[in-house]
Design a protein around this ligand. Structure first.
Ligand code: HGY
Ligand code: MN
Ligand code: MN
Length: 412
């Protein structure tokens, strides 16, 4: 089979999709269920249908573009990723796996390949936690990791429920129907930028992901006492922002002193109320994101954080409330899918590095219902979740070619 990737078309599609954004170029912002997200979804759906795929969407908006195989009863082979983007992001995170997956399918069709198992391109809803606070919403529901009841309790920053938001966006049906039956997929493969510097540093063109680190996140509300910046003397203060500052540094220190470089912790959101130069902060809302390849070590950092909250609360006489959002297990890739990707790299004489994914992905939850593995391509300086995120046309085309080959192996 002659497999050729149409690199120019693929890269121009990435540019077109990047322009469907609420961000100032080169930044990309595409929050789930916003008009921009719906415009991007419509554009993508048309591309899939133009490529001869049958498209369906489930009640949460997960999109399935299917190439029927010769044995329609056989479990499908899935590939794909996400197109939602956090504020001020880049144009490749998730998109390479979706448009690369589409091009891989087109290349197989052009090359005369005919799958036995149907091949499905998936576009997962809300991989990013931006709007509803929890990442991988679509794949969590698909895999049953998140129940429909729990999902219905989720609200966005404006207090809008997911039920209202999704229905306004045109997604009907009941969230109970999203969960896929066991055995629906024979395998799932996700192409993604590395979102780290290892491949570039080691000058290796491809990474085959053997495991995905365990993510956890929580919201932390700190309630102190406000007051006049001039009139309240220091001994009388219960400054919520000073308490937050102490906690943020303690979280950082707990990760740095875990004994392993694999432990990471980030406080990415810090909202201060009332936010006036001459008013003592009475309330602060933080978000914390704590990850590790070892869930026990990660949970040790969470416990250290909880203990610090108790100490700060007592010392500063502020109230601190922790709202857990998620604490997920790590995922191991399936040897069969790792082998299919590794053999595809070898077949195309491409060096590859078995490696850990420190970012989470929809594959983390797809691993609950199917054998999975991921294929990484380098991104410049390891940058991601920022406007200067960049993957070269050569790396994107190379990853797409190897993905196509692996899909052929898995669906033959
Ligand atoms: O945060 C993550 O790991 C993913 O990029 N959403
Ligand atoms: Mn991301
Ligand atoms: Mn991603």
């Amino acid at each position: 089979m002659n497999l050729e990737i149409d690199r120019d078309r693929l890269c121009s599609e990435i540019e077109v999709l990047a322009a469907i954004s609420d961000g100032e170029p080169p930044a990309v912002t595409r929050i789930v269920f916003t008009p921009t997200d719906l415009k991007a979804r419509a554009w993508l759906r048309a591309r899939c249908e133009d490529s001869g795929l049958t498209v369906r969407q489930d009640a949460i908006g997960n999109t399935f573009a299917r190439w029927n195989g010769s044995d329609p009863a056989a479990p499908a082979v899935g590939t794909g990723s996400h197109i939602d983007a956090i504020p001020n992001a880049g144009k490749y995170d998730g998109v390479v796996g979706v448009l690369g997956g589409l091009e891989a399918i087109r290349a197989l069709r052009r090359g005369g390949f005919r799958p036995t198992n149907s091949i499905e391109l998936l576009v997962f809803t809300s991989e990013e936690p931006t709007r509803f606070g929890i990442g991988c919403l679509g794949s969590r529901l698909l895999s049953g990791s998140l129940s429909a009841e729990a999902a219905k309790r989720l609200k966005d920053g404006d207090g809008e429920s997911i039920e209202d938001v999704r229905r306004k966006a045109g997604f009907r049906g009941d969230l109970d129907e999203v969960k896929l039956p066991g055995g629906y997929y024979q395998a799932f493969v996700e192409l993604h930028i590395e979102q780290g510097p290892i491949l570039e540093r080691q000058q290796t063109p491809l990474g085959v992901v053997t495991s995905i680190a365990a993510p956890a996140s929580m919201r932390i509300a700190i309630e102190g006492a406000g007051g006049h910046a001039g009139g309240v003397l220091m001994p009388d203060r219960h400054d919520a922002l000073c308490a937050a500052a102490e906690l943020i540094l303690a979280i950082e220190n707990a990760a740095r002193s875990s004994g392993a470089v694999d432990t990471v912790a980030t406080v990415g959101i810090c909202e201060v109320f009332p936010g006036a130069i001459n008013s003592i902060p009475s309330r602060v809302r933080l978000s914390a994101d704590i990850r590790d390849t070892n869930p026990e070590r990660r949970d040790g950092v969470i416990r250290a954080m909880e203990n610090t909250c108790n100490a700060i609360s007592a010392n500063r006489r502020v109230a601190i409330h922790i709202e857990p959002l998620n604490a997920d297990a790590p995922a191991e890739s399936a040897p069969s899918v790792v082998e299919a990707l590794s053999n595809a790299c070898r077949k195309h004489q491409q060096a590859f590095l078995p490696m850990i994914s420190r970012a989470y992905h929809d594959s983390l939850f797809m691993s609950l219902i199917a054998p999975v593995a991921m294929l990484f391509i380098p991104c410049r300086n390891g940058y991601s979740h920022r406007p200067d995120e960049y993957a070269s046309p050569e790396d994107i085309a190379r990853g797409t070619l190897v993905l196509a080959d692996a899909l052929a192996t898995l669906s033959a």
